[in-house]
Write a protein that binds this ligand. Structure first.
Ligand SMILES: *[C@@H]1O[C@H](CO)[C@@H](O)[C@H](O)[C@H]1NC(C)=O
Ligand SMILES: *[C@@H]1O[C@H](CO)[C@@H](O)[C@H](O)[C@H]1NC(C)=O
Ligand SMILES: *[C@@H]1O[C@H](CO)[C@@H](O)[C@H](O)[C@H]1NC(C)=O
Length: 407
């Protein structure tokens, strides 16, 4: 195990105070130096005199923003880790992490240019925040407070990931944020009453932070306006710990900390049951390769596309968050763990993926895994599932921590 982000907090706090004073100056200088690029250095503490080559740049931290094709691309940098996020769909474009020897790879599938994410026909949701309601709503309708709401059907007769124009297909407002936890950027979207058929306005924010100890944190919040509404936000990032362009993930080792799942029918809608995973092809209670039993679940989903009910197993939670998964690429030794506040998680093995991404890489089925922590699919029509209804004025909150290390 190694960690990549340990900061000298005292230095950072001092640096913060100084940078706050000089921020406007550094922006001006940056703008003059390069018109196309607008570096807005948030934090940059001095490099330590560490003896290790791997650690020598550990304390380097900053946020910068570029304008590309009229879109913003934020870079969060901390030590050897770097994350790029665009304001179209609040989309994670890349996450670079080192392996055990310090070799850095981009472990997120995506596109080189932010504008490519704007394709209105794209149904891959690469890296995006999906909402207002992630996953499926059966028959594209639901009843709430005595009224039936009709939504656009974009998945057979169902609504998938918020409808035809979900939160992945809109421009978000954005700003750098200083929470003292590391390089951070916050995105905002005000969803209007009736947008994609959903009731009531909704103020949404998503905050991305590169924290200590190799942690990449996503905090999703939403405040309902005057009407109750279903809310279920999820990050739809496609991961391949060997590198975004390295093909199959079937030999990666996965453990899922969930004793149960929600079985689906032929339309990939939950039947309402909550069944144990033990002994089935969905059983990842012990770490094993992703691919050993994947062909048993190839109908109708083409691979794993299942909602796990997180918990029911004792595997050490973290800061009040449930441990959801641990995945290891045996080749590079990269490890990712995910902790979450959400009750469920869609495990998806990119079963329908077929597109050309960064550097011309051909992304295909079973080239990546998504771990979409979430409320349960079709919860709005399944009284037995935990509710996804947010009452007027109430705040929905969903935290997701990705912790990177090596084995
Ligand atoms: C999206 O699909 C429609 C219908 O197939 C097509 O007419 C349109 O050109 C496509 N748009 C893009 C940007 O590919
Ligand atoms: C969808 O509508 C059909 C026909 O009205 C009904 O039989 C079915 O149970 C509905 N499915 C869901 C998931 O609500
Ligand atoms: C949609 O629902 C209608 C009416 O229940 C049914 O005839 C049709 O086969 C359904 N379509 C799909 C794609 O499931």
């Amino acid at each position: 195990m190694a960690s990549f982000g340990s900061a000298k907090e005292a230095v950072v706090v001092l640096a913060l105070a100084l940078i706050a004073l000089s921020l406007s100056v550094s922006v001006e200088i940056g703008a003059a130096a390069a018109a196309a690029r607008t570096p807005e250095v948030l934090l940059r503490s001095s490099s330590s005199s560490s003896s290790s080559v791997l650690e020598s740049k550990m304390d380097e931290m900053y946020v910068s923003v570029d304008e590309v094709d009229m879109l913003k691309v934020y870079t969060l940098k901390r030590g050897k880790m770097e994350v790029k996020i665009t304001d179209w769909g609040a989309t994670v474009m890349s996450v670079k992490v080192p392996d055990a020897r310090g070799q850095v790879a981009d472990v997120v599938l995506g596109f080189d240019s932010p504008a490519t994410y704007m394709d209105p026909n794209s149904t891959a949701y690469l890296g995006a925040i999906v909402g207002r309601v992630a996953n499926r709503i059966g028959n594209a309708s639901f009843k709430l407070n005595g009224r039936v709401y009709h939504l656009p059907a974009n998945d057979g007769n169902n609504t998938l990931h918020g409808g035809l124009v979900g939160f992945d297909k809109v421009l978000w407002q954005s700003q750098q944020l200083d929470l003292g936890q590391g390089p951070s950027v916050q995105f905002y979207y005000n969803s209007f009453d009736g947008e994609q058929g959903f009731p009531g306005s909704l103020e949404v924010s998503v905050t991305y932070t590169l924290g200590e100890n190799g942690e990449f944190k996503i905090e999703m919040e939403a405040k309902a306006g005057k009407k109750a509404t279903p809310v279920n936000l999820a990050s739809h990032t496609y991961w391949n710990l060997r590198g975004h362009d390295s093909g199959t993930i079937l030999d990666h080792l996965l453990q899922i900390f969930a004793s149960h799942y929600t079985p689906v029918n032929e339309k990939i809608l939950p039947t309402g049951a909550i069944d144990p995973v033990q002994g089935t092809a969905l059983d990842f209670l012990e770490q094993r390769p992703v691919g050993t039993r994947i062909d048993e679940v190839s109908v109708p989903t083409g691979g794993y596309d299942h909602n796990y009910v997180l918990g029911g197993v004792d595997h050490g939670d973290c800061d009040g968050l449930k441990r959801a998964i641990r995945v290891v690429d045996p080749m590079s030794g990269r490890v990712m763990e995910i902790f979450t506040s959400a009750p469920g998680m869609q495990f998806y093995t990119s079963n329908f993926l077929d597109c050309y991404g960064k550097g011309g890489a051909h992304y295909q089925p079973r080239n990546a895994y998504c771990f979409e922590t979430q409320g349960f699919p079709n919860a709005v029509n399944e009284p037995k599932f935990p509710t996804v209804i947010v009452q007027p004025g109430e705040i929905y909150r969903h935290v997701m921590v990705h912790r990177f290390s090596t084995s």
